[in-house]
Design a protein around this ligand. Sequence first.
Ligand SMILES: [Zn+2]
Length: 301
Amino acid sequence: MNRLIPIAIALSCALAGPAAHAALKALACEPEWGALVQELACDKASVYVATTGLQDPHHIQARPSLVAAARSTDLIVCTGAELEVGWLPVLIRQSGNSAIQPGKPGNFEAAAHVRKLEVPDRLDRADGDVHAAGNPHIQTDPRNILLVAEPLAQRLSELDAANAATYRARAADFTARWKAAIARWDKEAAPLRGTPIVVQHKAFPYLEQWLGLVQVAALEPKPGIEPTSAHLSEVLAGLQTRPAKMIVRAAYNDGRGSEWLAERTKLPIVVLPFTVGGDDQAKDLFSLFDDTVQRLLKALP
Ligand SMILES: [Zn+2]
């Protein structure tokens, strides 16, 4: 599960040939950024992804195979905003790769290009895994993907100037296709507006903001702490006065807390892919959001 997984080459790239002679090596911390590099670079870059859609990106081991990949890469593309604070600094240090150190062109932080939600006024370890930089789960709003695509394409051009024209052209092509897709998702998802939801982890504020979902409770008593029976009982009681229509969790979450609540409330559980590869339908960035919207719509009463 923890192995490096080469991202499947997107269909639109297939005709361009294999990435065996790619000029640039990229390492993505999460599948969504691996998929985005693939969209922008096609056969010009080879992409390895450090995690799968079924792994918790907060908690990854900097295994020897991953360190080896980091040692030889030209570029790392990670979420940042402290999502990988538990493993990325170790990985970068152990790689001994000067090109990917923080602040270097070979180190790209996606969240730096997005306006973060839930930036805390104060930091207290007692509040759980609260991130000083705000909520790092930016990939659940497709508009954030757009904000990351342009600077990422620029970074690819900077690191691989010989192929800059390709990166620019692919970024323009991706932007056009992505904007059209967002317009379609906006229309399809309109019935979801105002829907109250229970979430497992506070992983969806960007999705909520985009689609107008209203989070009324979280199953984790504090971010990063597994649901306890005491807290689940509180959530159940709270739903009497503030009812919800569905329970939403990411594919990588343990399902027991949501099943407990679903049994007692008869609410549907929506397991969202959360990233590319989170389920069989989410094969690339486009199908990730196709599937996300469809799963939410299917749970509407
Ligand atoms: Zn989180």
